[in-house]
Write a protein that binds this ligand. Sequence first.
Ligand SMILES: Nc1ncnc2c1ncn2[C@@H]1O[C@H](COP(=O)(O)OP(=O)(O)OP(=O)(O)O)[C@@H](O)[C@H]1O
Ligand SMILES: O=C(O)[C@H](O)[C@@H](O)[C@H](O)[C@H](O)CO
Length: 176
Amino acid sequence: MATSDLPHALVIMGVSGSGKSTIGEALGRRLGWRFEDGDSFHPPANVAKMSAGHPLTDEDRRPWLQAIADEIARCRAAGEHVIIACSALKKAYRDILVAGHSDVRMVYLRGSRELIADRMEHRQGHFMPPGLLASQFATLEAPAAGEHPIAVSIDAPVAAIVDDILQQLNIGQRRA
Ligand SMILES: Nc1ncnc2c1ncn2[C@@H]1O[C@H](COP(=O)(O)OP(=O)(O)OP(=O)(O)O)[C@@H](O)[C@H]1O
Ligand SMILES: O=C(O)[C@H](O)[C@@H](O)[C@H](O)[C@H](O)CO
């Protein structure tokens, strides 16, 4: 696949604790693409709400999703590739990010509630309480085939998950 055929943006999506930051950073290193954590686009009030153990509403998420969509549009205009971690739990949220462009692909990190809960319990220094995982799964609408997601199992070492994503993108060989 020629570089020009590659998506401008890969959105690493999935519930809290599914590994978006970990996989996004590793994928960025392998592709030589910039990685951005969607959490840094949250208004402070959203982070405060989640830290206090309350799930966000659609209304809370709208400005955050729009800020990430704006960043994707900025990268497109600049001709840059970008990888962005964003839970993007609902189809309507992903529609905001994709904004009708076929050069934005979802990478869906799929895993069991038990595995993700265990990883969240052992994670240090993150604002997201493990108690919000149930609401994340309740909100999750897994991407349908029509969204052409790259779906990967997270029950594997990080390097193997990155290999799986690269294979599905038709970038078979390892890059530095
Ligand atoms: N493939 C993996 N194998 C083992 N541990 C992993 C793997 N992927 C991620 N982890 C660990 O699981 C925890 C959650 O990962 P991470 O913080 O990347 O998730 P996230 O989806 O970005 O979370 P959030 O949305 O809450 O920011 C971290 O402690 C991370 O080190
Ligand atoms: O839509 C949401 O509920 C939020 O985006 C969460 O998913 C958090 O941002 C993230 O998971 C915690 O880091």
